[in-house]
Structure formats: structure tokens, C-alpha cells
Design a protein around this ligand. Structure first.
Ligand code: NAD
Ligand code: UFG
Length: 337
């Protein structure tokens, strides 16, 4: 089976490529490298001993996209490509709407034109907005809290409309909770540009000596230690979830939606403690005010994915921190050595 992986040089996709190749899928990557480097593709090839076809192209360029669909006969698409920084999306919303929504519309047009109607979409727990009930189930109310989240919600809505109009599509909406960690080899991992926005990449930079202090955004939440609680999921477990979703689409389920999380929440201070154990050093932190827009607590009910995909996250917080640290310490400057 030949799979198009959009955004295939990125963090989650590079781990998914390894899992797809392991299961003998053919992988074709399309990425404009706006937030990644080609080296991640070569490392995924080296880890799996198999090759990946790579097109450096932008989803906004419909002609090239159409040519790629013509040249390759895809059986399915996993659509990771998108801009993902929440803060940046508030500053340049139009760029986010154009890149994420127009890019997806182009992809869907090409899929329709070439009769490729199996799609896995990278959605996010952000579509639940500030959820009232924990753990969050797939049928919880949806809302957008920022332009980035709005792009995810709009794309989900578009996909529901497309499926309603033509039920020959098979679509899996995967709502990720907080992906962290890296491949156990330390060869691929998360390599954010500039100062990381997310907690664990930030901690990793402090651990490796590139940044001074961790900034804990608020210790006055209504949680046991006052810091925010999230459902962190090992990126390799998440990657395997995509292979399971492709298998599911082969049984023609129509449009399906799954939370991919562990169902367990950890606080910021618990993550720092676990990371200290992994890197075997004390990590300095300061308490800052709350970050606007942050929820106190967010964790999944992931039982639907277990029931329907036969998928469950197996790697715990210790492995998440150890694998993140292995990647960061082996590659202190990310892919650009
Ligand atoms: P990433 O930035 O590492 O990967 C995204 C990739 O898409 C990058 O390689 C980038 O170059 C590429 N890309 C962006 N716009 C493109 C375009 N117009 N044409 C071609 N390629 C383009 O991000 P990631 O963390 O691997 O996230 C992958 C997907 O999962 C994204 O859609 C993101 O919104 C979603 N997601 C991520 C998280 C998270 O915390 N990492 C959580 C929930 C959902
Ligand atoms: N945090 C800090 N210091 C930091 C960064 C974060 O204390 O330097 C705290 C946050 O306040 C929050 C927790 O660490 O309590 C996690 O924050 P992240 O920025 O790592 O992750 P978020 O839960 O805010 O959001 C991430 C992605 C979103 C996505 C969401 C759910 O950035 O795009 O996970 O998948 F929608």
C-alpha cells in the first residue's frame, strides 16, 4: 500500500514513517521544509533500512500537488502538514488560515481528482477548547480558543461535510493530546526552530545547557501542586496509532474520530522531576504568571481507540523523558549538527 505523508519531514511524521516502513507500507513524503529538514527523512530510512520517496513541495502549489498525485498512485494519505504554534497563530492568523486550510483544500481537491479517498488527519485536543469534563471523550463539545485551533476545527468540519456528501470516503480524525519523547535510538526527535513554545522541548534545552531556566507558567491552578496538568503521549505510541488508523480505513469504516492519549495527566512539576531523573541533573526553574489561554487540566479518555483500533499507549512518562533526553543529548543542535 502506498501512502502519501504530507508534512512527512516533521516531528510526528518522521516517527510515523519509521512505523509505516516497519509494516511494509510504501512511503512518499511531501513537505515544504518550512519547519523541518530533509535529514529527518534520511534518518527514518536508516532506522528502517527502507527508502522513502521525497518531494519538496508546498500544499499551496496545486499544480505540483496534482503532478505528484499523477506520478504516484496513492492508496491513502496521512495529512500532518500544517503550522502549529498557538502564539504565532494569534499574531499572523491569515497565514495560518491560508497554510492550514487552503493547503488542506488543495490536498482534498487532488485526492478527489485522483480518486484517493482514504485520509488520516492530524487533529488535536485543542478542538475541545476548555473542556468542562475530564477525561475528555470524543463526543465532548468542540470549540476554538485561537486561530490555530480554529484551523483544526474548520478542517474537521470540512471533512465531516465531505463525508456527508460522499460516503465513499474513509476518514480518520486523530485528536492528539501532548506528544513528547523521541525514537528510542535517539536518531529522530523534535527539533523546534528558535526557543521552544512547548514544555518538554524547553526542558530539553535547559537540560542540554542551551537555556538557563525552565519557566513554569503558573503554580496557582486548582491542581494538587498548582501547576497545569496534561496528557503526555510518547511520539512512538502516537506514530503506531497512525498505522492502526490506516488499517482501520482499510475496513471502510466511513468517518471515524479518535483521541490519542494515555488517559493519565501529569503536572508541569512532575514532568520536571521525571526529566531530572532521565538526565541525572537538577533543572533550575522559576515560577512565572499563567500563560493566557492555558487550561488547568486536560487529559483524554482514550478507550475508544483501544476498543476500535486495538491501540493503546504503552510507553510511560519515564520512557518519554529518557527518550527525549537521548535525542537531545545525542543531537544538542537538533538535525543541524
Ligand atoms: P512539525 O512542524 O514538526 O511538522 C509539520 C510539517 O509540515 C513540517 O515538516 C512542515 O515543514 C510541513 N508543512 C507545513 N506547512 C506545509 C505546507 N504548506 N506544505 C508542505 N509542508 C508543510 O509538527 P508536528 O508536531 O509533527 O505536527 C504534525 C501535525 O500534528 C500538525 O498538523 C500539528 O498541527 C498536529 N498536532 C501537533 C501537536 C504537537 O503538540 N506536536 C499536537 C496536536 C496536533
Ligand atoms: N508550560 C510551562 N512552561 C513552558 C511551556 C509550557 O509551564 O515553557 C506548561 C503549560 O502552561 C501547560 C503545560 O506546560 O500547563 C503544557 O504546555 P505545552 O505548551 O507543552 O502544551 P499545550 O498543552 O499548551 O498545547 C499542546 C500544543 C497544542 C495542542 C495541545 C493538545 O501546543 O497545539 O498540546 O494537543 F493543541
Amino acid at each position: 500500500m502506498k501512502i502519501l505523508v504530507t508534512g512527512g519531514a516533521g516531528y510526528i511524521a518522521s516517527h510515523t514513517n519509521v512505523e509505516l516502513l516497519k509494516e511494509d507500507y510504501e512511503v512518499v513524503v511531501l513537505d515544504n521544509l518550512s519547519n523541518s529538514v530533509e535529514e529527518s527523512i534520511h534518518r527514518a530510512e536508516a532506522l528502517s533500512g527502507k527508502s522513502i520517496t521525497f518531494y519538496q513541495a508546498d500544499l499551496l502549489d496545486y499544480e505540483t500537488l496534482d503532478a505528484v498525485f499523477k506520478a504516484e498512485k496513492f492508496d491513502a494519505v496521512i495529512h500532518f502538514a500544517g503550522l502549529k504554534a498557538v502564539g504565532e497563530s494569534c499574531q499572523i492568523p491569515l497565514r495560518y488560515f491560508d497554510n492550514n486550510i487552503t493547503g488542506t483544500i488543495n490536498l482534498l481537491k487532488a485526492m478527489e481528482e485522483h480518486s484517493v479517498k482514504k485520509l488520516v488527519f492530524s487533529s488535536s485536543a485543542t478542538v475541545y477548547g476548555h473542556a468542562k469534563e475530564m477525561p475528555i471523550k470524543e463526543d465532548a463539545p468542540l470549540s476554538a480558543m485561537n486561530p490555530y485551533g480554529r484551523t483544526k476545527l474548520i478542517i474537521e468540519d470540512m471533512l465531516r461535510d465531505i463525508y456527508a456528501s460522499d460516503n465513499s470516503w474513509d476518514i480518520a480524525l486523530l485528536r492528539y493530546f501532548n506528544p513528547i519523547g523521541a525514537h528510542e535510538s535517539g536518531e529522530i526527535g523534535e527539533d523546534p526552530n528558535g526557543i521552544p513554545n512547548n514544555l518538554v522541548p524547553y526542558i530539553a534545552k535547559v537540560a542540554v545547557g542551551a537555556l538557563d531556566n525552565i519557566h513554569v507558567f503558573g503554580n496557582d491552578y486548582d491542581t494538587p501542586d498548582g501547576t497545569g496538568i496534561r496528557d503526555y503521549i510518547h511520539v512512538v505510541d502516537l506514530a503506531i496509532g497512525h498505522v492502526k488508523a490506516i488499517e482501520k480505513l482499510n475496513s471502510n469504516p466511513g468517518l471515524v474520530t479518535y483521541n490519542l492519549g494515555t488517559g493519565v495527566g501529569y503536572s508541569v512539576l512532575e514532568i520536571i522531576k521525571n526529566y531530572e531523573a532521565a538526565c541525572q541533573k537538577a533543572l533550575p526553574y522559576v515560577i512565572d504568571p499563567r500563560r493566557p489561554g492555558d487550561a488547568a487540566v486536560c487529559y483524554s479518555d482514550a478507550s475508544k481507540a483501544e476498543r476500535e483500533l486495538g491501540w493503546v499507549a504503552k510507553r510511560g512518562i519515564k520512557e518519554m523523558c529518557e527518550d527525549s533526553w537521548r535525542w537531545q543529548s545525542k543531537n544538542p543542535n537538533g538535525y543541524n549538527k
